[in-house]
Design a protein around this ligand. Structure first.
Ligand SMILES: *Cc1c(COP(=O)(O)O)cnc(C)c1O
Length: 428
């Protein structure tokens, strides 16, 4: 897989599949043979190991009832910590710095409630105008809780071209009125990777805390949160980590804050040995576990036991290597086959800046997506003009990518999209 010399024929795709050392993992997933799934960055596919882990957890409930907290195959009392330890290598952290809990949005609320401590004129939070709406809503509401107006205190760094953020612009927004910066690791639309190491160093040089939303990067690219000294991070586990719809999310907290009282406290943030003392004075865990709130959602965490065992076996470096080859091949095919149909590549082409998906822009994107679905390709659409296509290293093949481009070419050449309305569906 190290050498790559592009040619447009199907034979190259077949050859790349034959050389693919991760190809064996495809059969671990429920890949529908009649469709080509390109939406694993919104909801990853079910694996057989994840399914088995859920069944085992049900069995634990059936056989042990209340004793399932400490007995059975996957004792629930320490499940969140155990899963955190499994995610830790994927984000570049020690096991006790990661906990599987909450959801992306809830974890952001928790982390802002814990770490946003406005003082004097340092009241502002820096975010960006391209971030996912839920993150922005959470930040706005946290500012309101503190009695600040989001209009004045939430700085959304502008994008120069509507696709990408420039680190220079973010750094310029880090003034002495800023208390905290919250940014995505990878932008959900364009797939741009931000330079987290540099941004963290620049924030810290100005006494500003910085946290990252890892929804689009955890399970797709390697991270070094600990080495980069990132203050906190949070993410969902249902995209690249294949934890299932609404799977319990994750968070990372830098070791230097261990012992800091959680902004949103609850008994599951307690030191595990003290939790059942039932005292009204909380003793928070001396780990990232302190930022849990209530009883874990065991059945929504269980699939991760199976899913993460695949990541532990394969390693994120190999996943990233294949993912880059898949997206390189994708872009080469698009350039060769779709020239003249009005598409623009809306993701960074540089490997250091490119996440796990390809973003194709087109004025007719909404109805091209509908035509793709009719042609048994599952993309996703992001208003107003973006088709996101995510070939996933663990279960997508190079022939999948080749097929998608052929079907897209036919849709464009035959104008098949014209029979659909150019409007998104309720869930896009
Ligand atoms: C998917 C995603 C979310 C979703 O948040 P939930 O709380 O899991 O609904 C939030 N932010 C970003 C950047 C995302 O990509």
């Amino acid at each position: 897989m190290n050498t790559y010399s592009f040619s447009p024929g199907r034979s190259l795709a077949v050859q790349l599949d034959e050389q693919d050392e991760l190809g064996v993992y495809r059969k671990e997933f429920y890949v529908n043979p009649s469709t080509i799934y390109m939406d694993g960055n919104s909801l990853g596919l079910l694996s057989k190991r994840a399914e088995l882990a859920v069944l085992e957890s049900l069995q634990d409930w059936r056989e042990h009832a209340i004793d399932g907290w400490t007995a059975g195959q996957h004792p629930w009392y320490t499940l969140s910590e155990r899963l955190g330890a499994l995610v830790a290598p994927l984000v570049g952290a020690e096991p006790d710095q990661v906990i599987v809990t909450g959801s992306t949005t809830v974890n952001l609320h928790q982390l802002v409630a814990t770490f946003y401590q406005p003082e004097g004129k340092r009241t502002k939070i820096v975010a960006d105008e391209l971030n996912f709406p839920s993150d922005i809503y959470a930040l706005q509401s946290q500012l309101r809780i503190h009695g600040f107006s989001p209009e004045e205190n939430l700085i959304r760094v502008a994008s120069r071209d509507g696709r990408f953020l420039d680190e220079e612009d973010i750094i310029a927004a880090m003034t002495d009125e800023v208390a905290m910066v919250v940014l995505p690791t990878i932008l959900y639309r364009s797939g741009q990777i931000l330079d987290m190491e540099r941004l963290t160093a620049e924030a810290h040089a100005r006494d500003i805390l910085i946290g990252f939303d890892g929804c689009h990067s955890v399970g797709a690219i390697p991270h070094a949160f600990d080495k980069w000294d990132v203050d906190f991070a949070y993410w969902c586990n249902y995209k690249h980590l294949n934890g299932g719809p609404g799977a319990v999310g994750g968070l990372y907290v830098n070791r230097k804050y261990f012992g800091k009282l959680p902004g949103l406290a609850g008994w599951f943030g307690s030191d595990k040995m003290k939790q059942f003392d039932m005292e009204h004075q909380m003793t928070p865990a001396e780990t990232a576990g302190a930022y849990q709130i209530g009883t874990p959602h065991v059945l929504s965490a269980a699939p991760l036991l199976g899913s993460l065992s695949i990541f532990a076996e394969v390693g994120i470096e190999r996943i990233r290597r294949k993912s880059l080859l898949l997206t390189t091949y994708f872009m080469d095919l698009i350039a060769h086959e779709l020239d003249g149909f009005g598409f623009t590549i809306g993701n960074p082409t540089d490997e250091k800046r490119r996440g796990g998906h390809v973003s194709l822009e087109h004025p007719e994107a909404a109805r091209i997506c509908k035509a793709l679905k009719e042609n048994k390709v599952i993309p996703d659409f992001r208003a107003p003009n973006m088709i996101r296509l995510a070939p996933v290293a663990l279960y997508s093949s190079f022939t999948d990518v080749w097929e998608v481009v052929q079907r897209l070419k036919a849709i464009m050449a035959e104008k098949q999209y014209e029979k659909f309305e150019n409007q998104r569906n309720v869930v896009a």
